[in-house]
Ligand binder design. Structure first.
Ligand code: R5P
Length: 294
């Protein structure tokens, strides 16, 4: 097994390879003057099971093409198997037709990766596990929530209340609660599919005087966390933190979250940024070990 260092996740790929005791293969890459992507493997992959570590956060389309080209290049250069490790799987949220006339974007991504030469996929905290069923090859999701919760235990916030921003994310709060050992609960959230506007309520939550950590799979515009923080302030929470697996943080999302009374925003290196204080490398290394021995 060799780890190909996708340009979007070079550091994570290196950390994962180091923890796994695996050799790495570098990637030369560039964009042509017209914007097209170019990649070239800088080492041999002949007869190897190749693991390409490449996230597909923004710019999603070019990163997705780089991943597909790396899979194709691996097969062309003799790799016997290609596993794509894609911590943030772009387009995963469009996993069904919400409105007439739409497609299922993640299904198209799955077909594209299959055609390119990918044989299996590992992602992290995919928005809805149902999306994995769209892949014509084995695809699984890992959870980084326990690693994020451990960050807060080390910070001295064991026993903090783990909050999910909506009912669908309650399993995330429960995973965090198992590490933190405090309480857990969720807000109610409704989203208008046409305007994207959300409304949240916090009925029945008892967090007065307690530190609260809002856990989510993804923070994009920050609207969900800003709304949750407002409710937590009204309910009298002592400190408010937020942790997510994929810190997409569009525009001034982080500033808006901090401005809403949140003390710290913590994310993973799924989407590399200055809030990526938790690395996914141990989680991915463990999954690769299981794959190698299974
Ligand atoms: C939605 O169901 C997700 O779990 C996140 O809560 C959502 O995608 C966050 O988006 P934003 O940061 O734009 O509110």
């Amino acid at each position: 097994m060799k780890v190909v260092l996708g340009p979007a996740s070079r550091e994570l790929g290196e950390k994962t390879a180091e923890l796994s005791g695996l050799e790495t293969v570098g990637v030369a890459y560039k964009a042509f003057p017209d914007g097209e992507s170019y990649v070239r493997l800088e080492g041999s992959v002949r007869d190897e099971h190749v693991v390409i570590v490449q996230t597909t956060s923004a710019p999603q389309d070019s990163r997705l093409m780089q991943l597909a080209f790396l899979a194709g290049a691996s097969k062309r250069n003799g790799a016997c198997k290609v596993t794509a490790v894609v911590p943030y799987l772009g387009y995963a949220r469009q996993d069904k037709m919400f409105l007439e006339g739409e497609g299922v974007s993640v299904e198209t991504v799955a077909c594209m990766l299959n055609a390119a030469g990918v044989d299996s996929l590992v992602t992290v905290n995919i928005h809805a596990e149902a999306a994995l069923k769209k892949f014509p090859f084995p695809a699984k999701t890992l959870s980084a929530i326990p690693l994020l919760a451990e960050y807060f235990v080390e910070k001295g916030y064991g026993k903090a209340f783990a909050l999910a921003p909506d009912k669908g994310a309650m399993y995330i709060a429960e995973q965090a609660q198992r590490v933190l050992g405090g309480g857990a609960g969720h807000l109610e959230k409704k989203r208008d599919r046409y305007t994207g506007q959300t409304t949240q309520t916090g009925e029945g939550l008892k967090v007065k005087g307690q530190p609260v950590i809002i856990f989510d799979d993804i923070i994009s515009t920050g609207g969900t966390i800003v709304g949750a923080a407002k409710i937590l302030r009204e309910l009298g929470a002592a400190n408010i933190f937020t942790a997510c697996v994929h810190p997409v943080l569009v525009g001034d999302a982080e500033q808006r979250i901090l401005g809403a009374g949140v003390d710290e925003v913590v994310g993973t290196d799924s989407v590399p940024s200055h809030v990526s204080k938790v690395s996914l490398a141990p989680l991915i290394a463990k999954a690769l070990k299981a794959q190698e021995s299974g």
